[in-house]
Design a binder for this molecule. Structure first.
Ligand code: NI
Length: 262
């Protein structure tokens, strides 16, 4: 069986890819990447994600406002997101959430923009892509208060503890892991992968960031998602082919993409 993979979270619109995107995508295809979700972090990046999805059949888009950008959104940002989300290749809203590590937007503003986007996701019946950095309890509380399980979604680049993993899985969410799962001494995350049901785990690159071993120090790109899937396979006691295929199926389930059509 050939390796089949999905990169459930990429930022190919970043300037890092301006010069060689066609080559990057060709390498991804050769590595077995059947599907890439390009995730917006502000309005401009969301529009660019949509353009990429229109240009390449295997790219899908998510539109949303990253917590870093929460303080900068124009008043009508929700209308703009809603208008973009009407496109059939927009499969989710995000990324959205809270980042209390860098605090690039005031926390109150982050909370408001996160909640407003969850409301929009419920209105549009789209799953959500959640960014959570050093705000585990607050993210969990808002997901519960806002009834986010109605639409479900994924906690991307999961960094919470085992209890949080169990709780979000219980709520119907997926757990996604990126390059950090390949780093030495990441026992906490390794354990979380091992306890996550096989039908609830996704792999991603979050490229150009979070490059997996053995490419650390270089720009990350979708073809390297194979290194993340390899690690997941090892932790689940299965093969790369099986883990890769399973994560691809899970990505299609979450984003309601027809796997047969890929
Ligand atoms: Ni991201």
């Amino acid at each position: 069986m050939a390796v089949q993979l999905a990169d459930s979270h990429a930022h190919l619109d970043f300037h890092n890819f301006h010069k060689d995107l066609p080559e990057v995508l060709a390498r991804a295809r050769r590595a077995g990447v059947k599907l890439i979700t390009n995730v917006g972090y502000d309005l401009k990046s969301s529009r660019r994600s949509l353009e990429l999805a229109e240009e390449y059949p295997f790219i899908y888009a998510a539109v949303g406002i990253h917590p870093h950008e929460a303080a900068k959104v124009p008043r009508n940002y929700l209308e703009q997101l809603e208008e973009m989300a009407a496109h059939p290749k927009v499969v989710a809203l995000g990324e959205m959430g809270l980042d209390f590590y860098r605090d690039r937007s005031p926390r109150d503003r982050q909370r408001v923009v996160f909640k407003e986007q969850l409301e929009l996701a419920k209105k549009l019946k789209k799953p959500v892509i959640i960014h959570d950095r050093d705000a585990h309890l607050q993210v969990l509380t808002i997901l519960l208060e806002e009834g986010a399980e109605e639409v479900g979604g994924v906690l991307h680049c999961f960094s919470g503890d085992e209890a949080m993993a169990r709780q979000v899985i219980e709520m119907g969410f997926f757990i996604s892991v990126a390059g950090p799962v390949t780093y030495p001494k990441n026992n906490k995350l390794n354990r979380i992968v091992a306890i996550t049901p096989k039908d609830r785990i996704l792999v991603e690159t979050d490229c150009p960031f979070l490059t997996p071993v053995p490419f650390r120090g270089q720009r990350n790109e979708p073809s390297y998602v194979s290194k993340v899937a390899e690690r997941v396979a090892l932790l689940q006691g299965t093969t790369l082919e099986e883990a890769g295929r399973r994560c691809l199926e899970n990505t299609c389930t979450l984003f309601q993409i027809d796997l047969e059509g890929l």
